[in-house]
Design a protein around this ligand. Structure first.
Ligand code: OAD
Length: 241
């Protein structure tokens, strides 16, 4: 990879990058979907049927998020953004804010954000670190019963797809970190980047479901493989200058 001319980088992150911060992944042993039925907490139907349970699930995840911190992998990506002379975008499937807390600026949350709430009555989106209930009043329209987590549920369309596809089609390097490659459309990004001519790298604890589509793979915990990869990339850029 070091001999290639890299200008634009797109980095896709998944739950694995936040695992060592203490946020459980979804599908690994002991993961979130082993402890909760996604049909009961992560679909529009679930919210219509039992909004209190859905609020409780996201309030709990929000409380857990406020207790944890970014790890060396988040910090390494923030360093890459600061020092890399080309363009870099992080597209994250994660709903935590650990990339931002590490200092990354160019981040797209395609599956929403745990610390944001949306009013279905007036469309207002706002940040909150407080718990939300069915009785919570929207600060914009003063109505209650309309607030929902600003999260993309199963059966809903991820946010910012147009922008994501636009950058994938012109990127030179695509790196997927800590994602199982089982949830589309994100699992298909590697194919788009590859077709666009990008060099594709997978960084994960173990091969994902789409591992074969990558040109290069590094396996190990994110706090080890991500900083190592970032240092190698920055060194190779320096050698070219
Ligand atoms: P998954 O739980 O499906 O996969 C986690 C990935 O992280 C696996 O590939 C693990 O091998 C890897 N992993 C675990 N620990 C790691 C570590 N310490 N270092 C590096 N890698 C590690 O999570 P996602 O792929 O992010 O969507 O899941 C995608 C989407 O499915 C989520 O955004 C969420 C979920 O249902 C919605 O809620 C819409």
């Amino acid at each position: 990879m070091s001999s290639r001319e890299v200008k634009r980088i797109v980095i896709l992150t998944g739950a694995g990058i936040s695992a060592e911060s203490g946020i459980p992944t979804f599908r690994d042993k002991g993961g979130i979907w082993e402890r909760y039925r996604l049909e009961e907490v992560a679909t529009p139907e679930a919210f219509r049927k039992n909004p209190d349970l859905v609020h409780e699930f996201y309030n709990l995840r929000q409380r857990e998020l406020l207790k944890v911190f970014p790890n060396a992998a988040h910090h390494a990506l923030a360093e890459l953004e600061r020092k890399y002379p080309g363009g870099m975008l992080i597209v994250t499937q994660n709903v935590d804010d650990l990339h931002e807390r590490a200092g990354s600026k160019n981040v797209i949350h395609m599956h929403g954000e745990l610390l944001k709430v949306r009013c279905e009555k007036c469309g207002h989106i706002f940040r909150t670190e407080g718990e939300i209930f069915t009785s919570t009043v929207c600060p914009a329209c003063n109505q209650k019963g309309g607030l929902r987590p600003h999260i993309v549920w199963f059966g809903e369309i991820p946010f910012h797809l147009e922008e994501i596809y636009r950058v994938l089609e012109i990127c030179d390097l695509f790196v997927a970190i800590g994602t199982s490659g089982t949830v589309y459309p994100a699992a298909g990004f590697v194919e788009i980047a590859r077709q666009a001519g990008a060099w594709c790298v997978e960084l994960n604890l173990k091969p994902s479901a789409v591992a074969d589509l990558f040109h290069e793979q590094h396996y190990g915990p994110a706090t080890r493989v991500v900083p190592a990869f970032v240092q190698e990339l920055l060194q190779s850029q320096k050698r070219k200058l």
